[in-house]
Design a binder for this molecule. Structure first.
Ligand code: NOJ
Ligand code: CA
Length: 532
C-alpha cells in the first residue's frame, strides 16, 4: 500500500474552534488555519488531523454532525477546505479529517425523518429503534456510553445513542441476533447496508477534494453487541479495501487499538488513546494523576519518579504483534482529556517527554499548543459539551491557541459573547510569538527534535525500537544505531549501556556519557549515534 507514508508522519492535531480566528467572531476558522500553515511548516509537522469541522449544532463540539458534506458555516465553506488542503499540500502537509462514523446529530435530516416516520422505514432503518426499552443492556462495547433514549416523536419507542442523547447511533447491525429483540438487524440488513454505503460516499466526497484520509471517531462502536468486535472490524476491512482500490494513498486511522483477529488489519494504524492506560500511564498527570477512565496513579513522566513503563510497553508489544512496522500513533495529548503540561508538570519538565515522544518508534501526534507548553486549565466552564460529567472536564485542554499577547490573542475581545474566552491563571503565559524568538524555548526544542527525527531514519517510524532499560532512566535503541536515554524524574539517573562507548551526542540536555555510563540529570535526555 502506498498509504505507507503514515509511517514517516509527524501529526499535528487542530481543534478548529480554538486554533486561529481570522474574522474576530471569537471562534477559530479555516481561514485562520490557512494563515498559520507557515507555523506548522516551520515546526516541521507533515500531517494535520482536524477535529470535526462539518455542519453541526455543536452539542458535542462537532462530534454531532448534521451534514457530513458541508463545512460548518462558522469555519468557512467547502471551498475554503479545498483551498486549505491545497495550501497545506504546497508545504508538504497532508490533511486528515475526523469521520464521525457511529452516530449523527439528532438534527441530521436522517434522524429528523426517522422521528417523523410512523414505524420502521421500508428501505431499512438508519437508526436503532426499539418499541420498548430493552430489558438487557446489550447496547455497545464502550462502557458507559451507548444507552437508550426515549424518542422525541411523533414516532414512539426508544432509540439508541452513542454518547450524548443528541448523538443517535447509526444502525450498522448487531453481532448477536435474538428472537425477543426483533429490532436487532443483521449486519447485512437494508438499514446497515445503506449506512455502510453512506460512509463510503462521505469518504469519497472528501478524498475527491484532496484530503489524505480520516481519523475515525469511536471506530469500534459500530456493530452493537459484537463479541470480539469481529463484525465491526470486518465492516471496516471492507470499507478500507474499497478505499484502497480507488484512493491508494489514503489512510484510515481508528480511535483506539484494532483488535487482533488473525486476519489482515483493517486500519492503517493503531492509536494509543489519551483517555486509556496505554497513554495515561506515561503522561496522565492531571493533578492527582486522575482520569475518569482509570485508577489514580503516578504516570511514568512523574517528577517523583513513582511511575512505570509496564502498561505502556505491554500495549506497545501487543500493537507490534501484527507487524513490527505497523504505525502506532502516540499523541502528546488530545481534545479529550488533559495536556502535556498538566497538573504539577511544568513546561520545563515536558522537555524530556517531548524527547521521548519524538524519538520513540511510534508516529507522534502533537496536540495544538502543546508545542509551546500550553497548560491544561482546571475548572473551565462548559463549552459545547466539553464537560461530560463533573469529573470529566475537557474544556481545560480546548482553550485558544496562544499565538501572541495581542488584543485578539485569546479570541476574546472582538465579541463579548465569545465562548472561547481563555482564563489562564499562569502569570506568564507562553505564546508562540515569544517562543519563536527564544532558541531555548520548548517550541524550538520540539522543532529541533522533529528535525532530528527526519535527519536520522533510525529515529523514524520504520526503524526498530529496542528497550535497554525500562525504568528511570528509560533507555532504548532505535534502528540498532541510535541510543536515546530519557529521565522523566527530578532526581538524576544513571544507566550502563555496553555499546555506548564513544557514541556521538546528536541532541541532549543534562546528559553525559562517560565510558559506557550514561548520566542524566533530572528531566534531562540525550540522543547519541553509536560508534561504528
Ligand atoms: C470521541 C471523541 O474524541 C470525543 O471528543 C467525542 O465526544 C466522542 N468520541 C463522541 O463522538
Ligand atoms: Ca472566526
Amino acid at each position: 500500500m502506498s498509504s505507507d507514508w503514515l509511517r514517516d508522519a509527524v501529526i499535528y492535531e487542530i481543534y478548529p474552534q480554538s486554533f486561529a480566528d481570522s474574522n474576530g467572531d471569537g471562534i477559530g476558522d479555516l481561514r485562520g488555519v490557512i494563515d498559520h500553515l507557515d507555523h506548522l511548516s516551520w515546526l516541521g509537522v507533515d500531517t494535520i488531523w482536524f477535529n470535526p469541522c462539518f455542519a453541526s449544532p455543536f452539542v458535542d463540539a462537532g462530534y454531532d454532525v448534521s451534514d457530513y458534506l458541508r463545512i460548518a458555516p462558522r469555519y468557512g465553506t467547502n471551498d475554503d477546505m479545498v483551498e486549505l488542503v491545497q495550501a497545506a499540500h504546497d508545504r508538504g502537509i497532508r490533511v486528515l479529517l475526523d469521520l464521525v462514523a457511529g452516530h449523527t446529530s439528532d438534527q441530521h435530516p436522517w434522524f429528523v425523518d426517522a422521528c417523523q416516520a410512523s414505524g420502521p422505514t421500508p428501505d431499512g432503518d438508519r437508526y436503532v429503534w426499539a418499541e420498548a426499552p430493552p430489558l438487557r443492556d446489550t447496547s455497545g462495547d464502550i462502557p458507559g456510553t451507548a444507552a437508550w433514549v426515549r424518542s422525541p416523536g411523533p414516532r414512539g419507542g426508544w432509540y439508541l445513542k452513542n454518547f450524548y442523547d443528541q448523538q443517535p447511533a447509526l444502525n450498522f447491525g448487531w453481532g448477536q441476533l435474538t428472537a425477543d429483540e426483533p429490532w436487532r438487524d443483521p449486519v447485512d440488513a437494508p438499514g446497515p447496508l445503506r449506512n455502510r454505503q453512506a460512509l463510503k460516499d462521505i469518504i469519497a466526497s472528501w478524498l475527491d477534494r484532496g484530503v489524505a484520509g480520516f481519523r475515525v471517531d469511536m471506530a469500534f462502536s459500530l456493530v452493537k453487541d459484537d463479541p470480539g468486535l469481529v463484525q465491526t472490524t470486518r465492516l471496516w476491512r471492507e470499507i478500507r479495501q474499497w478505499m484502497g482500490s480507488t484512493y491508494p494513498d489514503a489512510v484510515l486511522v481508528p480511535e483506539g487499538i484494532e483488535p487482533r483477529m488473525g486476519e489482515p488489519p483493517a486500519f492503517d494504524a493503531d492509536f494509543f488513546l489519551v483517555i486509556f492506560p496505554e497513554h495515561g500511564s506515561l503522561f496522565d498527570n492531571q493533578g492527582a494523576g486522575y482520569s475518569p477512565f482509570h485508577e489514580p496513579w503516578s504516570p511514568f513522566f512523574d517528577a517523583d519518579g513513582a511511575g512505570s513503563t509496564d502498561v505502556f510497553l505491554a500495549a506497545w508489544e501487543y500493537a507490534r504483534e501484527v507487524a513490527a512496522d505497523r504505525p502506532v500513533i502516540l499523541a502528546s495529548a488530545d481534545h479529550d482529556l488533559n495536556r502535556m503540561v498538566c497538573g504539577p508538570r511544568t513546561a520545563d519538565q515536558a522537555r524530556s517527554a517531548f524527547a521521548f515522544l519524538l524519538t520513540w518508534g511510534s508516529v507522534p501526534s502533537i496536540y495544538y499548543g502543546d508545542e509551546i507548553g500550553m497548560r491544561y486549565l482546571p475548572g473551565m466552564p462548559d463549552v459545547e459539551g466539553a464537560i461530560c460529567n463533573p469529573a470529566y472536564n475537557r474544556a481545560g485542554c480546548r482553550t485558544p491557541m496562544q499565538w501572541d499577547d495581542g488584543p485578539n490573542a485569546g479570541f476574546s475581545t472582538a465579541d463579548p459573547s465569545s465562548l472561547y474566552l481563555p482564563i489562564d491563571p499562569d502569570s506568564r503565559r507562553p505564546t508562540v510569538a515569544e517562543q519563536r524568538t527564544d532558541e531555548g524555548s520548548l517550541l524550538h526544542l520540539v522543532r529541533r527534535l522533529i528535525t532530528l527525527r527526519r535527519a536520522n531514519p533510525e529515529l523514524g517510524g520504520r526503524a526498530s525500537t529496542r528497550v535497554l532499560n525500562r525504568g528511570y532512566p528509560l533507555a532504548f535503541l532505535r534502528g540498532e544505531r541510535v541510543l536515546v536515554v530519557v529521565n522523566p524524574r527530578r532526581e538524576a539517573a544513571t544507566v550502563d549501556v555496553a555499546d555506548a562507548e564513544g557514541a556521538g551526542l546528536l541532541l541532549g540536555e543534562g546528559a553525559r556519557l562517560t565510558g559506557t555510563s550514561v548520566d542524566v540529570e533530572g528531566f534531562g535526555f540525550g540522543v547519541w549515534r553509536l560508534r561504528g
